[in-house]
Ligand binder design. Structure first.
Ligand code: DGL
Length: 245
């Protein structure tokens, strides 16, 4: 039985898992929402590394050898160390899809990458940015509260009050960019809202990640059926439930 694990600080990675599961049907999917330590965006590198190790151990106990670090912040801070510490695991990270820029045609300050504060200062992200955007065309916009607002909207639903808070969070960049790269998996949940407020097209990494998982996991033996398990660290129990259609 092929098993693929995912973890994130909350529900953000579910949108990556949804795309992966559509592209790679068959395996059992395990998802950990580390709600007890949400948000990662304001945590220290040490805390994020400790949580990433702990969540990897939980998934290892389930016999999982393919793990999608479905969080830009944890990927930026911890994935290199995870690969060193657990060489038996095939880790797939999630990083802002800066690859989208067209170095010949795009001008400076027309595209932004939206990230958490921890991602913005991590050395892995800064290296990635330098490699993919050597001319520094893309602006980096760290957002303090957007992941928490997306989490709240997921659980409570969209309300005028929450939409207003998202508008306030994005007010300083409204109308500034024609494309914004979603550099936090939580933002995928409110992609349309972000796009409408900013008047920009959102770039998600989900399809690229799904293709990478497909390549790395290889052929799934026939006869397997999808199964979804969800663990919230606040409840500390695995629940068998499907978030997917
Ligand atoms: N979903 C996470 C990310 O992709 C982190 C959000 C947070 O916990 O701050 O960066």
């Amino acid at each position: 039985m092929t098993k693929i694990g995912f973890f994130d600080s909350g529900i953000g990675g579910l949108f990556i898992m949804d795309t992966v599961a559509k592209e790679v049907p068959g395996p059992s999917y395990y998802y950990i929402s580390d709600e007890a330590f949400f948000p990662y965006g304001s945590k220290t590198e040490k805390q994020i590394i400790e949580r990433s190790n702990f969540l990897t151990e939980v998934l290892l106990k389930e016999g999982i050898r393919h793990i999608v670090v479905a969080c830009n912040t944890a990927t930026a801070v911890a994935i290199d160390l995870l690969r060193e510490k657990y060489p038996q695991v095939n880790f797939i990270g999630v990083e802002p899809y800066i690859n989208i820029i067209n170095k010949e045609e795009d001008k400076a300050h027309e595209i932004a990458v939206l990230v958490t504060p921890s991602t913005a200062t991590s050395s892995r992200f800064l290296k990635l940015k330098k490699r993919l955007d050597p001319k520094d065309l893309v602006d980096v916009v760290p957002l303090e509260n957007l992941a928490a607002l997306a989490e709240e909207i997921f659980y409570k639903g969209e309300s005028p009050t929450l939409v207003k808070k998202v508008e306030e969070e994005l007010s300083s960049i409204k109308g500034h960019y024609h494309h914004v790269i979603l550099g936090c998996t939580h933002y995928l949940h409110i992609e349309k809202m972000i796009s409408d407020i900013l008047g920009a097209i959102c770039i998600s990494p989900a399809t690229a990640i799904a293709n990478r998982v497909k390549d790395k996991v290889g052929n799934i033996p026939k006869g397997q059926t999808d199964k979804y398990r969800f663990l919230s660290t606040s409840k500390n129990i695995w629940e068998d439930k499907s978030f997917l259609n």
